[in-house]
Ligand binder design. Structure first.
Ligand SMILES: NC(=O)c1ccc[n+]([C@@H]2O[C@H](COP(=O)([O-])OP(=O)(O)OC[C@H]3O[C@@H](n4cnc5c(N)ncnc54)[C@H](O)[C@@H]3O)[C@@H](O)[C@H]2O)c1
Ligand SMILES: O=C(O)C[C@H](O)C(=O)O
Length: 311
Protein backbone atom coordinates (compact mmCIF):
# COMPACT_ATOMS: atom_id res chain seq x y z
CA UNK A 1 0.00 0.00 0.00
CA UNK A 2 1.34 3.42 -0.99
CA UNK A 3 0.92 6.69 0.91
CA UNK A 4 1.96 10.11 -0.36
CA UNK A 5 2.46 12.97 2.06
CA UNK A 6 2.57 16.41 0.49
CA UNK A 7 4.51 18.79 2.74
CA UNK A 8 7.64 17.26 4.27
CA UNK A 9 7.70 19.74 7.15
CA UNK A 10 7.17 19.04 10.83
CA UNK A 11 3.80 17.26 10.58
CA UNK A 12 4.37 15.54 7.24
CA UNK A 13 7.76 14.10 8.17
CA UNK A 14 6.55 12.98 11.61
CA UNK A 15 3.60 11.26 9.98
CA UNK A 16 5.92 9.49 7.51
CA UNK A 17 8.13 8.41 10.39
CA UNK A 18 5.23 6.94 12.40
CA UNK A 19 3.79 5.19 9.33
CA UNK A 20 7.18 3.61 8.56
CA UNK A 21 8.01 2.75 12.16
CA UNK A 22 4.66 1.05 12.66
CA UNK A 23 4.70 -0.66 9.24
CA UNK A 24 1.32 0.87 8.34
CA UNK A 25 2.17 1.11 4.60
CA UNK A 26 4.72 -0.61 2.36
CA UNK A 27 5.68 2.65 0.63
CA UNK A 28 5.68 6.33 1.66
CA UNK A 29 6.50 9.21 -0.70
CA UNK A 30 7.21 12.62 0.81
CA UNK A 31 6.82 15.59 -1.57
CA UNK A 32 7.74 19.21 -0.93
CA UNK A 33 8.45 22.31 -3.00
CA UNK A 34 11.67 23.04 -1.11
CA UNK A 35 14.55 21.71 -3.23
CA UNK A 36 15.98 18.49 -1.74
CA UNK A 37 14.04 18.85 1.52
CA UNK A 38 11.70 15.87 1.10
CA UNK A 39 14.57 13.74 -0.20
CA UNK A 40 16.58 14.63 2.91
CA UNK A 41 13.73 13.84 5.30
CA UNK A 42 13.07 10.54 3.52
CA UNK A 43 16.75 9.57 3.69
CA UNK A 44 16.96 10.43 7.40
CA UNK A 45 13.81 8.40 8.18
CA UNK A 46 15.03 5.48 6.02
CA UNK A 47 18.29 5.36 7.98
CA UNK A 48 16.24 4.45 11.09
CA UNK A 49 15.15 1.18 9.48
CA UNK A 50 17.93 -1.04 10.76
CA UNK A 51 17.75 0.25 14.32
CA UNK A 52 13.99 0.36 14.68
CA UNK A 53 13.35 -2.62 12.41
CA UNK A 54 10.95 -1.48 9.69
CA UNK A 55 10.75 -2.36 5.99
CA UNK A 56 8.63 0.49 4.64
CA UNK A 57 10.25 2.13 1.61
CA UNK A 58 10.41 5.91 2.18
CA UNK A 59 11.39 8.26 -0.67
CA UNK A 60 11.33 12.00 -1.30
CA UNK A 61 10.45 14.20 -4.25
CA UNK A 62 10.91 17.89 -5.02
CA UNK A 63 7.55 18.74 -6.56
CA UNK A 64 7.60 15.79 -9.00
CA UNK A 65 4.10 14.37 -8.73
CA UNK A 66 4.86 11.45 -11.08
CA UNK A 67 6.60 9.85 -8.05
CA UNK A 68 3.28 9.89 -6.19
CA UNK A 69 1.41 7.93 -8.89
CA UNK A 70 -1.12 5.33 -7.79
CA UNK A 71 -1.09 6.22 -4.11
CA UNK A 72 -3.85 4.65 -2.04
CA UNK A 73 -3.90 7.56 0.41
CA UNK A 74 -2.60 11.11 -0.02
CA UNK A 75 -2.10 13.31 3.02
CA UNK A 76 -1.95 17.10 2.52
CA UNK A 77 0.14 18.87 5.14
CA UNK A 78 1.56 21.55 2.82
CA UNK A 79 1.14 25.16 3.84
CA UNK A 80 2.16 27.48 6.63
CA UNK A 81 1.63 26.81 10.34
CA UNK A 82 0.55 29.53 12.78
CA UNK A 83 2.86 31.50 15.05
CA UNK A 84 2.12 32.33 18.71
CA UNK A 85 -0.86 34.69 19.02
CA UNK A 86 -2.39 33.72 15.66
CA UNK A 87 -5.55 31.71 15.03
CA UNK A 88 -5.66 28.86 12.52
CA UNK A 89 -8.20 30.88 10.53
CA UNK A 90 -5.58 33.54 9.74
CA UNK A 91 -3.74 30.98 7.57
CA UNK A 92 -6.49 30.78 4.96
CA UNK A 93 -5.06 33.45 2.64
CA UNK A 94 -1.88 31.49 1.92
CA UNK A 95 -3.00 27.91 2.51
CA UNK A 96 -6.14 27.93 0.35
CA UNK A 97 -4.15 28.38 -2.88
CA UNK A 98 -1.62 25.75 -1.84
CA UNK A 99 -4.22 23.14 -0.84
CA UNK A 100 -6.26 23.64 -4.01
CA UNK A 101 -3.29 23.20 -6.37
CA UNK A 102 -1.89 20.27 -4.37
CA UNK A 103 -5.27 18.48 -4.35
CA UNK A 104 -5.57 18.87 -8.13
CA UNK A 105 -1.99 17.64 -8.70
CA UNK A 106 -2.33 14.54 -6.52
CA UNK A 107 -5.63 13.54 -8.09
CA UNK A 108 -4.10 13.78 -11.58
CA UNK A 109 -1.63 11.03 -10.62
CA UNK A 110 -3.70 9.01 -8.13
CA UNK A 111 -7.30 9.25 -9.34
CA UNK A 112 -8.53 6.56 -6.94
CA UNK A 113 -6.85 7.79 -3.76
CA UNK A 114 -8.41 8.82 -0.48
CA UNK A 115 -7.34 12.34 0.49
CA UNK A 116 -6.60 13.29 4.10
CA UNK A 117 -6.48 17.06 4.65
CA UNK A 118 -4.39 18.41 7.52
CA UNK A 119 -3.45 21.99 6.51
CA UNK A 120 -5.25 24.72 8.46
CA UNK A 121 -7.85 26.04 8.78
CA UNK A 122 -8.54 22.33 8.36
CA UNK A 123 -12.37 22.21 8.09
CA UNK A 124 -12.34 24.91 5.43
CA UNK A 125 -9.39 23.32 3.60
CA UNK A 126 -11.28 20.00 3.56
CA UNK A 127 -14.35 21.72 2.10
CA UNK A 128 -12.10 23.42 -0.48
CA UNK A 129 -10.45 20.12 -1.49
CA UNK A 130 -13.87 18.52 -1.89
CA UNK A 131 -15.29 21.35 -3.99
CA UNK A 132 -12.14 21.80 -6.08
CA UNK A 133 -11.74 18.13 -6.99
CA UNK A 134 -15.35 16.94 -7.08
CA UNK A 135 -14.31 13.72 -5.33
CA UNK A 136 -17.06 11.72 -3.62
CA UNK A 137 -17.47 12.82 -0.02
CA UNK A 138 -16.34 9.42 1.27
CA UNK A 139 -12.84 10.06 -0.12
CA UNK A 140 -12.06 13.45 1.47
CA UNK A 141 -11.32 13.32 5.17
CA UNK A 142 -10.18 16.22 7.35
CA UNK A 143 -7.93 15.26 10.27
CA UNK A 144 -8.46 17.27 13.45
CA UNK A 145 -10.83 15.35 15.70
CA UNK A 146 -8.38 12.47 16.21
CA UNK A 147 -5.83 14.97 17.51
CA UNK A 148 -8.28 17.01 19.57
CA UNK A 149 -9.68 13.82 21.11
CA UNK A 150 -6.20 12.62 22.04
CA UNK A 151 -5.53 15.97 23.73
CA UNK A 152 -8.88 15.73 25.54
CA UNK A 153 -7.92 12.25 26.79
CA UNK A 154 -4.52 13.60 27.86
CA UNK A 155 -6.04 16.45 29.91
CA UNK A 156 -8.67 14.11 31.40
CA UNK A 157 -5.97 11.60 32.34
CA UNK A 158 -4.01 14.36 34.10
CA UNK A 159 -7.10 15.57 35.99
CA UNK A 160 -8.08 12.04 37.06
CA UNK A 161 -4.47 10.88 37.50
CA UNK A 162 -5.09 7.75 35.42
CA UNK A 163 -3.48 6.45 32.17
CA UNK A 164 -4.66 8.19 28.96
CA UNK A 165 -5.44 4.81 27.40
CA UNK A 166 -7.97 4.09 30.15
CA UNK A 167 -9.89 7.23 29.18
CA UNK A 168 -12.40 7.25 26.33
CA UNK A 169 -13.47 10.66 25.04
CA UNK A 170 -14.21 12.50 21.81
CA UNK A 171 -14.12 16.04 20.47
CA UNK A 172 -16.50 16.99 17.64
CA UNK A 173 -17.23 20.30 15.86
CA UNK A 174 -14.72 22.56 14.16
CA UNK A 175 -10.95 22.26 14.61
CA UNK A 176 -10.63 25.79 16.03
CA UNK A 177 -9.84 27.35 19.40
CA UNK A 178 -13.48 28.37 19.88
CA UNK A 179 -15.29 25.83 17.69
CA UNK A 180 -14.21 22.51 19.26
CA UNK A 181 -16.78 20.63 21.32
CA UNK A 182 -15.24 18.25 23.87
CA UNK A 183 -18.06 15.82 24.74
CA UNK A 184 -17.47 15.72 28.49
CA UNK A 185 -20.90 14.18 29.22
CA UNK A 186 -19.94 11.07 27.20
CA UNK A 187 -16.33 10.77 28.41
CA UNK A 188 -15.51 7.79 30.60
CA UNK A 189 -12.79 6.19 32.69
CA UNK A 190 -13.01 2.53 31.71
CA UNK A 191 -16.71 2.93 30.96
CA UNK A 192 -17.55 4.89 34.13
CA UNK A 193 -18.61 8.53 33.51
CA UNK A 194 -15.75 10.91 34.33
CA UNK A 195 -18.20 13.00 36.40
CA UNK A 196 -17.84 10.32 39.11
CA UNK A 197 -14.16 11.14 39.46
CA UNK A 198 -13.90 14.92 39.01
CA UNK A 199 -15.97 18.01 39.82
CA UNK A 200 -17.77 20.00 37.14
CA UNK A 201 -15.28 22.82 37.70
CA UNK A 202 -12.33 20.52 37.00
CA UNK A 203 -14.05 19.03 33.93
CA UNK A 204 -14.85 22.50 32.59
CA UNK A 205 -11.17 23.40 32.86
CA UNK A 206 -10.22 20.18 31.04
CA UNK A 207 -12.59 21.11 28.20
CA UNK A 208 -11.24 24.67 28.04
CA UNK A 209 -7.61 23.44 28.02
CA UNK A 210 -8.46 20.97 25.25
CA UNK A 211 -9.96 23.66 23.05
CA UNK A 212 -6.79 25.77 23.22
CA UNK A 213 -4.48 22.73 23.23
CA UNK A 214 -2.95 23.66 19.86
CA UNK A 215 -2.53 27.35 20.85
CA UNK A 216 -0.83 26.34 24.12
CA UNK A 217 1.73 24.26 22.23
CA UNK A 218 2.23 27.00 19.63
CA UNK A 219 3.02 29.41 22.47
CA UNK A 220 5.55 26.99 23.94
CA UNK A 221 7.17 25.89 20.67
CA UNK A 222 7.06 29.08 18.56
CA UNK A 223 5.32 27.13 15.77
CA UNK A 224 2.47 24.64 15.92
CA UNK A 225 2.80 21.09 17.23
CA UNK A 226 3.85 18.05 15.18
CA UNK A 227 4.35 14.86 17.22
CA UNK A 228 0.71 14.31 18.18
CA UNK A 229 -0.58 15.70 14.85
CA UNK A 230 1.72 13.36 12.88
CA UNK A 231 0.73 10.37 15.03
CA UNK A 232 -2.97 11.26 14.68
CA UNK A 233 -2.73 11.31 10.88
CA UNK A 234 -0.92 7.95 10.95
CA UNK A 235 -3.70 6.53 13.17
CA UNK A 236 -6.30 7.64 10.62
CA UNK A 237 -4.26 6.31 7.66
CA UNK A 238 -3.90 2.96 9.46
CA UNK A 239 -7.68 2.66 9.79
CA UNK A 240 -8.06 3.33 6.04
CA UNK A 241 -5.26 1.14 4.69
CA UNK A 242 -5.87 -1.76 7.03
CA UNK A 243 -9.66 -1.45 6.88
CA UNK A 244 -9.87 -1.23 10.68
CA UNK A 245 -13.27 0.49 10.73
CA UNK A 246 -12.27 2.56 13.75
CA UNK A 247 -14.65 5.24 14.96
CA UNK A 248 -12.70 8.49 14.61
CA UNK A 249 -13.92 12.08 14.78
CA UNK A 250 -13.18 13.47 11.31
CA UNK A 251 -14.13 16.54 9.32
CA UNK A 252 -16.47 15.24 6.63
CA UNK A 253 -19.12 16.61 4.30
CA UNK A 254 -22.54 16.61 5.93
CA UNK A 255 -25.83 16.18 4.12
CA UNK A 256 -28.43 16.50 6.85
CA UNK A 257 -26.50 14.81 9.67
CA UNK A 258 -26.46 16.94 12.83
CA UNK A 259 -28.94 19.26 11.08
CA UNK A 260 -26.20 20.56 8.75
CA UNK A 261 -25.69 20.69 5.01
CA UNK A 262 -22.91 21.81 2.65
CA UNK A 263 -20.17 21.91 5.27
CA UNK A 264 -17.17 19.82 6.40
CA UNK A 265 -16.95 19.63 10.19
CA UNK A 266 -15.90 17.10 12.82
CA UNK A 267 -18.26 14.23 13.61
CA UNK A 268 -17.70 10.58 14.60
CA UNK A 269 -17.11 8.42 11.52
CA UNK A 270 -16.34 4.80 10.76
CA UNK A 271 -13.12 4.85 8.76
CA UNK A 272 -12.15 1.90 6.56
CA UNK A 273 -10.77 0.99 3.14
CA UNK A 274 -13.45 3.06 1.40
CA UNK A 275 -12.67 6.13 3.47
CA UNK A 276 -15.68 7.48 5.36
CA UNK A 277 -17.88 4.38 5.54
CA UNK A 278 -20.46 5.74 7.97
CA UNK A 279 -21.24 8.94 9.84
CA UNK A 280 -22.48 8.28 13.36
CA UNK A 281 -25.26 10.74 14.17
CA UNK A 282 -25.18 10.59 17.98
CA UNK A 283 -27.94 11.94 20.20
CA UNK A 284 -26.66 15.26 21.49
CA UNK A 285 -28.43 17.05 24.34
CA UNK A 286 -29.80 20.56 23.83
CA UNK A 287 -26.63 22.34 24.99
CA UNK A 288 -24.43 20.15 22.75
CA UNK A 289 -26.77 20.73 19.80
CA UNK A 290 -26.56 24.49 20.33
CA UNK A 291 -22.76 24.30 20.55
CA UNK A 292 -22.64 22.27 17.32
CA UNK A 293 -24.87 24.76 15.47
CA UNK A 294 -22.68 27.67 16.67
CA UNK A 295 -19.52 25.83 15.65
CA UNK A 296 -20.99 25.11 12.20
CA UNK A 297 -21.93 28.80 11.77
CA UNK A 298 -18.31 29.79 12.44
CA UNK A 299 -16.91 27.19 10.02
CA UNK A 300 -19.46 28.21 7.36
CA UNK A 301 -18.52 31.87 7.62
CA UNK A 302 -14.86 30.90 7.13
CA UNK A 303 -15.87 28.85 4.06
CA UNK A 304 -17.44 31.99 2.59
CA UNK A 305 -13.90 33.37 2.24
CA UNK A 306 -13.20 30.67 -0.38
CA UNK A 307 -15.36 32.41 -2.99
CA UNK A 308 -12.42 33.82 -4.96
CA UNK A 309 -10.26 30.68 -4.78
CA UNK A 310 -13.18 28.47 -5.87
CA UNK A 311 -14.33 30.87 -8.63
N1 LIG B 1 -5.30 19.48 11.27
C1 LIG B 1 -4.47 19.40 12.29
O1 LIG B 1 -4.78 18.80 13.32
C2 LIG B 1 -3.11 20.04 12.19
C3 LIG B 1 -2.13 19.74 13.15
C4 LIG B 1 -0.87 20.34 13.01
C5 LIG B 1 -0.60 21.19 11.94
N2 LIG B 1 -1.58 21.46 11.05
C6 LIG B 1 -1.35 22.31 9.89
O2 LIG B 1 -0.52 21.57 8.98
C7 LIG B 1 0.23 22.49 8.17
C8 LIG B 1 1.70 22.08 8.21
O3 LIG B 1 2.24 22.27 9.48
P1 LIG B 1 3.80 22.01 9.76
O4 LIG B 1 4.04 22.27 11.19
O5 LIG B 1 4.18 20.69 9.18
O6 LIG B 1 4.45 23.17 8.86
P2 LIG B 1 5.91 23.18 8.21
O7 LIG B 1 6.19 24.59 7.85
O8 LIG B 1 6.88 22.50 9.11
O9 LIG B 1 5.75 22.30 6.90
C9 LIG B 1 4.96 22.69 5.81
C10 LIG B 1 5.68 22.26 4.55
O10 LIG B 1 4.82 22.50 3.41
C11 LIG B 1 5.69 22.79 2.33
N3 LIG B 1 4.93 23.41 1.25
C12 LIG B 1 4.46 24.68 1.16
N4 LIG B 1 3.82 24.84 0.00
C13 LIG B 1 3.88 23.67 -0.67
C14 LIG B 1 3.40 23.21 -1.91
N5 LIG B 1 2.71 24.01 -2.75
N6 LIG B 1 3.64 21.94 -2.28
C15 LIG B 1 4.34 21.11 -1.46
N7 LIG B 1 4.81 21.48 -0.27
C16 LIG B 1 4.60 22.75 0.12
C17 LIG B 1 6.75 23.69 2.94
O11 LIG B 1 7.92 23.78 2.12
C18 LIG B 1 7.00 23.01 4.27
O12 LIG B 1 8.08 22.10 4.21
C19 LIG B 1 -0.07 23.87 8.75
O13 LIG B 1 -1.07 24.50 7.98
C20 LIG B 1 -0.58 23.59 10.14
O14 LIG B 1 -1.41 24.60 10.64
C21 LIG B 1 -2.83 20.91 11.16
O1 LIG C 1 -2.60 24.58 16.55
C1 LIG C 1 -2.32 24.60 15.35
O2 LIG C 1 -2.31 25.66 14.69
C2 LIG C 1 -1.93 23.34 14.65
C3 LIG C 1 -2.91 22.23 14.80
O3 LIG C 1 -4.17 22.58 14.31
C4 LIG C 1 -2.99 21.71 16.21
O4 LIG C 1 -4.09 21.62 16.76
O5 LIG C 1 -1.92 21.34 16.76
Amino acid sequence: MKVTIVGAGNVGATCADVIAYRGIASEVVLLDIREGFAEGKAMDISQCATNTGFNTKVSGSTNDYSKTANSDVVVITSGIPRKPGMTREELIGINAGIVKSVAENVLAHSPNCIVVVVSNPMDTMTYLALKATGLPKSRIIGMGGALDSSRFRYYLSKALDVPSNDVSAMVIGGHGDTTMIPLTRLASYNGIPVSQFASQEVLDKVAADTMVGGATLTGLLGTSAWYAPGASVAYLVDSILNDQKKMIACSVFLEGEYGQNDICIGVPCIIGKNGVEQIIDINLNEAEKAAFAKSADAVRSMNADLKTVLA
